[in-house]
Write a new protein. Sequence first.
Length: 344
Amino acid sequence: MRRLILFAAALALPLLVLAQTAQPVERTLNVIYLVPNDFGPLPGYRERLGKILLEMRDFYNRELARNGSPARLRMPIDPATGLVALEEVRGSHPLAGYPYEGGWKAALPDVQAYIEAHPRPDRSDRTLVIIPTYKDNPGVPFYGLGTFCFALDYEGFDYKDCGKDTPAGEKFKPWYGGMAHELGHGLGLPHTHATKSQAEQFGTALMGAGNRTLGFTPTFLTPGDCAFLESSPPCRVFAPRPLRKAEGFVPEVRRWGGTVRVSGRLPEGCSVRRIVAAYDKDDFGGVNDNYDAESFVVPFDASGRFDFAFPMAEIHPGRTGKVQIQLRLVHDDGTIELFRHTLD
Ligand code: ZN
């Protein structure tokens, strides 16, 4: 933990310098309400979802601040109501044309055509698409997909039910936490699990099982989550350098004195801003295999050198002893390069 704290302090200064030398455009998340051509919009959606999204944004921003990050998630605000403003897009398909499986293929062209026809100087490349439905479980796309993420609206989906031990509260819980979790994917976050001390102090990681706890029991963002968010366009507060990938980068990963150590050096001139290391147990490779992976921000020096030992006391035991280390290089512009190393 101490290494992480020192690292955060060391980074505060370069961030300030960057902020003074260039005034970046503050880009916002695109928030789209995609209405099927035979269903919706649902009553009061602008007020209901405007409030839900405002609370979600405030959760992200409280957690960024708690983690000492200068980044803030920006969503468009309706000046008349102070709520998050949704852009209504008329879909070209009926509700049945946007199924959970593969429905994104129908939704994306509708949304992309709208965004192209409605340019705005503060648009980012990240988009949350909400589709109204009358079905649960969930009936429409509900996942992150690159720079897009999908969630749903149902009649009566209302923030007044947040945290309530009532049937309406139980219904609210997975769709609210789920929307916040899928939004995390859309902003660039992989799955992660709380470390032992994080679990004790802060509860459930949003990008772990937090999709079923947010607003009900303590839920949080990890320092690793914040390292990703800092480069994500709707959160970034610095002017990014142009993308220069870490060509030829080869991290060394080895078991060492009861722990696992990762070391290496970033290529000179690459635009990597952060390194996040994950300790993924048992199963890996599939999109849902890393819910159990604790993650850590890896400090590196001015020449790009790093040497990091996973704090084993913070890591929950796996079932099989199989471990894959994942190193994610987070570039200024939000691009993420992933390196996997499976240990014998
Ligand atoms: Zn997920």
